[in-house]
Design a protein around this ligand. Sequence first.
Ligand code: G1P
Length: 294
Amino acid sequence: MSSKVRKAVFPAAGLGTRFLPATKSVPKEMLPVVDKPLIQYGIEEAIESGVEDIIIVTGRGKSSIEDHFDKSFELEHLLESKKKSDMLAMVRKISDMSDVSYIRQKEALGLGHAVLRAKDLVGDEPFAVLLSDDVIASQTPCVRQLVDVYEQYNATVLALMEVPRDQISAYGVVDAEPVKDARFGDRLFKIRNTVEKPKAEDAPSNLAIIGRYVLTPDIFRCIESIEPGSGGEIQLTDGLKHMLKTRPIYGLKFEGTRYDAGDKFGFLKATVELALGRKDLGPAFREYLKSLSL
Ligand code: G1P
């Protein structure tokens, strides 16, 4: 078994109902934050974390994702003839970024089911899972932070974040004990249990699972063994609970800012903050925001 995390899986077959009407015909993964589709943020993060192969689990109506990461001869030809070399480089960079494979999830039966669809493409090696809804701005890419833990502990690692009690029921939640390891400050945890979307009063802690995972390949066997859970779906969180019977799982409170860009308000926050951080747009946008009489 290769111990390097070389592959990343992007579940992208969901219907995006939180973002209707935009997502009626546009995949939510293709909604642009500033000028890049959500999924491109995740793919760049994976590549900056050392991942070489990208696997996207798609469904009906998602072909624009494939077009986005494909070569566009017409566009390249046009930009070349107009001598728009900066734009040409930008467009080429997207299709040259990495090898992308696609597999269909015919029915949206849950996140665990989506990950299971990637079983044959992943094979017997550890891999990352990134949910494109979660856009994470950080100095060290979030997946890289998880890979650093994986390389020390050789076990599954989840990204964790503290969430206010009144929002906890929107997440997978962990029961966890701190691990003393100076390399990770006080941010590393050993997971005791996982629960998908518990009621606030039943949540074992305020530590939520955020959409970044490094998983060992035995997760596939675990997902195959579970029944549908929350929302009648095959949940990745339940697969993780099953894995805990035989293997340790770690969680890392990652360093960085996470935006829930699959939600309209979170999407607005991501748009404003990422635009403010841009060299080309930030200064003028800041002045514009200041000029609004709010
Ligand atoms: C999914 C997972 C959940 C996790 C969340 C993070 O839920 O099932 O465990 O906490 O992503 O964004 P979803 O937001 O797809 O309902």
